[in-house]
Design a protein around this ligand. Sequence first.
Ligand code: PMV
Length: 351
Amino acid sequence: MAEERALAMVTCTAPVNIAVIKYWGKRDNDLILPINSSLSVTLHQDQLKTTTTAAASRDFTEDRLWLNGEEADVGHPRLQACLREVSALARLYGVEGELSEVARRGSGSACRSMLGGFVQWQRGERPDGRDSLAHQVAPETHWPELRVLVLVVSGEKKQVGSTAGMQTSVDTSPLLKHRAEAVVPERLALMMRHIRERDFEGFGQLAMRDSNQFHATCLDTFPPIFYLNDLSRHIIALAHRFNAHHGRTKVAYTFDAGPNAVIFTLADTVAEFVEVVRRSFPPATNGDQFVRGLPVGAASLPEELLAAVVTEPVPGAVRYILHTKPGPGPQPVEDPSQHLLGADGLPRRCA
Ligand code: PMV
């Protein structure tokens, strides 16, 4: 029998996270160390996930990488940093080790996706970054009623990438410096208390305020950066009208470095708010696919709510809504037929 050379292959899925206390600004660009701590909610992988297969063999003569079926440049410094960290971990610990440190070297906010539920990325103090790590604040089971609606508004690419954007903000925005030093430490402690107590009023208010302050630091950047557009502002106003009508915080928005809106709410409000969004942004063509993800029940809106909340509808402006909830961290995929690479280490299917 011919001697088989060992091929090690692992496939894993990873989630997306959405910050409710935002990270914006690095104090070390190479190590990707932030100027402030941040806190996020990991979204469920039944609705949104990435899948990665890694293969290692003595027969391989070089590192290669495919992203969505297309070969990518492994010479990129961030990718090199990740590969270096991973091979050091493998040598030292086998499969154990501080994986959020590895993820951080790829994209700062990605380190929070190494854990499920509610996750804090601690700023850390050390210049070598060994204490700038992600920690779970509460597991995904902690707040079973919490729901997330992603309002996908545009396929256009963001104008200023987060790496360039945050660097300009660090260099020019006095508001960002004040935020990192004086605002975030207090907000982080408060947000952890709201999560611990499952206090949606407190959680939602603070999430909205923190998103707004992040975008204020973008406007305070020189030259200014605009991630929100007219439609994002329309969604912000809609959320405030909805909450004002109910006399309490029933939905909370947050926006990252792009115009899509992420709405936090509780299970008992989903059907009504989805109907409000459908009436405010009547779908153009894909009416049957307007709501995706977890099922959403039917809701009929009382006349006084319609009159108070749904003003000036903008047809077709929201492409679709993805309904999801908090979920777990990365999951190994045990079924070998799900590997993205074949026994030769090359992609099985190309896009
Ligand atoms: O990790 P990056 O470089 O993609 O930066 C993400 C920054 C925000 O999404 C705007 C905020 C955050 O904390 O996720």
